[in-house]
Design a protein around this ligand. Structure first.
Ligand code: ATP
Length: 475
């Protein structure tokens, strides 16, 4: 049975990410039992370990500043990880912007006027309840641990107090109250404060969306589970502005669209679910929220929240700024404040889900192999160009083939080691196609194209390889 077939749901179903454990993997915060529902977390801890280790070994994710001992739960994305993030970003961009005519993109500043956070409610309410263990001095989120310290088992905990998750900094040389600014904890407010600018410059009218991809920062009390919860992360968010009476319909529409996106890019349906929030769970701005959840090795965890934010944000910014953020409907002669439906996804967290869903082990020609069955458009490299030998006779032709393919595809070139080992290396990082140049290629001007999943090979004239591969990517 392949590792993929062996992945199962397990008993941890409360949806909370599992708190960090003893760090058995050395460089990451390891998975421990869930501190909320106390279920043992993982049916397949080996999958988590395998993906974390592969990430480090092959250059997807490194602990940040490792030569200085790292900094807790902070990671740097390596050469393959940076390509993976780029591809996930592009896949989101393609379906949210390129393939639509009603969504535009912006790129707003991370540091902005602090009144934005006053109006949005983040200054007052973007908090988690913090408790200290008086015995071991660890700090926890009260809503995650009940009355017992997960570290030492003590019940001697302080009263919970609200802890604001926004990172505070000072703009300019003087550190006083008037220079305080915050690193944005979400990209969404950039869309609301630019609502009028976008409306006026693009001539869009509701229903229409403003989208943004970018870094966000939250001073999480308990980051952990590898890149699942970090203090610096990247989000892909969209505010879709609609006439108020249409908002329930658009909320349902975006729930369906977003769930479908993960499947389109290769996450199996049985590893995904849509979970609607109970009324008591809703954020202060929301009249309805559903999470797209992924079956992580420790249980279900959120990849994306889809919220009906009503007119909360536009109305709040209108009030605090004194600028009316409204739409004038010429057809009816009415001014109204649109409602916003927000699909808000985590890029870094989703990239991890793609890796977990893609990881597989099978046997090829009697030999075990590790293979990342990433969707062709998500895989870091699309094509690997491999001359059978690094002899001077073959390399010029191989480089010609490489340069031809590089115009269209992100390629890796590798000429060292036996060809079988090079195929394994490419399988392990998910490269969907290998193009091999052998000595016969010098005579027949043909190459072999190998498919990652089936390992089948076809021989094609060099002139036809780009067209053949393009068809595979477009299919
Ligand atoms: P959680 O319940 O996991 O804290 P959230 O509901 O606060 O998440 P949102 O504010 O809805 O998250 O943010 C949208 C998305 O951003 C999340 O679904 C997640 O994918 C991502 N995200 C949020 N916080 C983090 C984090 N600390 N690290 C990595 N990704 C995050």
């Amino acid at each position: 049975m392949s590792a993929r077939a062996a992945k199962s749901a397990g008993g941890h179903t409360c949806g909370r990410p599992v708190a960090r454990g003893a760090g058995e993997l050395g460089w990451i915060d390891a998975v421990s039992s869930c501190v909320t529902c106390h279920a043992m977390p993982t049916p397949d801890p080996s999958l988590f370990d395998a993906v974390v280790n592969l990430s480090k070994r092959r250059g997807f994710v490194f602990p940040s500043a490792e030569i200085y001992g790292g900094i807790r739960s902070t990671y740097d994305w390596g050469p393959l990880g940076a390509l993976l993030l780029r591809n996930v970003r592009e896949a989101w961009w393609r379906s949210m912007i390129q393939e639509r005519d009603d969504v535009v993109q912006i790129d707003a500043a991370i540091l902005t006027n602090p009144r934005v956070w006053e109006a949005s409610g983040h200054l007052a309410t973007f908090t988690d309840p913090l408790v200290d263990c008086r015995n071991c001095k660890e700090r926890w989120r009260a809503d995650e641990i009940g009355d017992t310290c997960p570290n030492c088992g003590s019940h001697d905990l302080t009263e919970a107090r609200p802890f604001n998750l926004m990172f505070k900094t000072y703009v300019g040389p003087i550190e006083d109250g008037s220079s305080v600014a915050y690193l944005r904890p979400e990209t969404a407010q950039g869309m609301f404060v630019n609502f009028l600018n976008v409306l006026q410059t693009t001539r869009k009218r509701p229903p229409f969306g403003i989208a943004q991809i970018g870094r966000s920062f939250r001073n999480e009390i308990t980051p952990g589970n590898f890149v699942f919860r970090t203090r610096e992360f990247e989000q892909m968010e969209m505010e879709y502005f609609v006439p108020p009476d249409e908002s329930p319909r658009w909320f349902e529409y975006w729930c369906g669209q977003r769930l479908g996106w993960y499947e389109r890019y290769g996450i199996p349906g049985d590893m995904l679910r849509l979970r609607k929030h109970e009324v008591e769970e809703l954020s202060h701005y929301s009249s309805g929220t559903a999470d797209v959840e992924f079956r992580f090795p420790w249980g279900w965890g959120e990849l994306e929240g889809i919220a009906n934010r009503t007119d909360f944000d536009l109305s709040a910014h209108s009030k605090v700024s004194g600028t009316k953020l409204e739409y004038f409907d010429q057809a009816t002669g009415e001014h109204y404040t649109p409602h916003a439906i927000e699909p808000a996804a985590g890029l870094t967290r989703t990239a991890m889900a793609f890796l977990l869903a893609a990881y597989d082990e099978d046997v090829v020609a009697g030999e075990p192999r590790t293979v990342l069955r990433l969707h062709k458009r998500i895989a870091p490299y699309q094509v690997a160009v491999l001359p059978l030998s690094k002899k001077e006779t073959l390399v010029p032709l191989a480089k010609d083939v490489l340069h031809g393919l590089q115009r269209r595809f992100v390629c890796e070139y590798d000429e060292t080691q036996a060809i079988g080992r090079r195929y394994r290396r490419q399988d392990e990082i998910g490269t969907p196609f290998c193009v091999t140049i052998d000595f016969q290629s010098l005579d027949d001007h043909a190459v072999t194209v190998r498919d990652r999943d089936s390992t089948e090979q076809v021989r094609l004239p060099i002139d036809e390889v780009t067209r053949y591969l393009s068809e595979q990517f477009d299919s």
